[in-house]
Design a protein around this ligand. Structure first.
Ligand code: DX5
Ligand code: ZN
Length: 229
């Protein structure tokens, strides 16, 4: 199984964003997690497609483009999807409560050449996955309520991850495609092992990485906890 570390640039220095992205990828990260907030679906406001486009040339690892994982915390969703695809997003995920037509939005993301993901808040039930597993490339489990970095991990996310891991395994066994299981919120070196045991394979971490002086040391410690788990 492949494990991916996806630093959330929400906690990076926005005045030096390109440099932060290059530094964190050189420090061992795999994916750039790009948090988009609209002060409507969530009570905070961040960045849009223009900033994604500006970051794109900096998202390079070992001379090759690293995936930009756009986490849309916006409503409505569909209007902005093509803009992010054009801005160089590789993965686009959204919250089902924020879209009037979940199946249509997943199709729209894929039509624009991106991988599509659904994001489940701590209070969002798993039944949103029931009829769309074949349209999914990624499921993102929120382990905080979305809107801010630096919040405390909600432990109920562990059971949710295990339940979704079982669904993904059943989907794969029935001939379905690969689906990444990502976790976002309050992920640190001291809980990442338990999160990996619960079934996550892609780990978003904002404050834990960008809040530390040595990104490489944090990422290495995270990988070591994952491999021991
Ligand atoms: C929260 C965002 C997260 C956040 C994670 O709404 O989706 O990606 O930046 O930050 P930490 O790792 O600090 O909880
Ligand atoms: Zn996020």
């Amino acid at each position: 199984m492949a494990f991916r570390i996806a630093p959330s640039i929400l906690s990076a220095d926005f005045a030096r964003l390109g440099e932060e992205v290059r530094t964190v990828l050189a420090a061992g990260a795999d994916v750039v997690h790009f948090d988009v907030m609209d002060n409507h679906y969530v009570p905070n406001l961040t960045v849009g497609p223009m900033v994604c486009e500006a970051v794109r040339p900096h998202a390079v690892k070992d001379g090759r483009p690293a995936p930009i994982d756009v986490h849309l915390m916006v409503s409505p969703v569909d209007r902005i999807v093509p803009d992010f695809a054009r801005a160089g997003a590789n993965i686009i995920s959204f919250h089902p409560e924020a879209s009037m037509h979940v199946h249509r939005t997943l199709g729209l993301i894929r039509e624009h050449g991106c991988k599509a993901g659904l994001v489940l808040n701590p209070g969002t039930p798993l039944h949103y996955l029931d009829h769309v597993m074949h349209e999914l490339d990624l499921i993102l489990v929120m382990s905080v309520n979305p809107g801010f970095g630096g919040q405390k991990f909600i432990s109920g996310a562990l059971d949710k991850l295990s339940a979704i891991r079982a669904r993904i395994d059943a989907h794969r066994a029935a001939g379905g495609g690969d689906i990444w299981l990502e976790v976002d919120g309050g992920v640190k070196v001291d809980n990442i092992g338990a999160i990996a045991r619960a079934g996550a394979d892609t780990f978003v971490a904002g404050s834990a990485i960008f809040g530390a002086p040595d990104y490489a040391a944090v990422i290495a410690a995270m990988r070591s906890e994952i491999s021991r788990a």
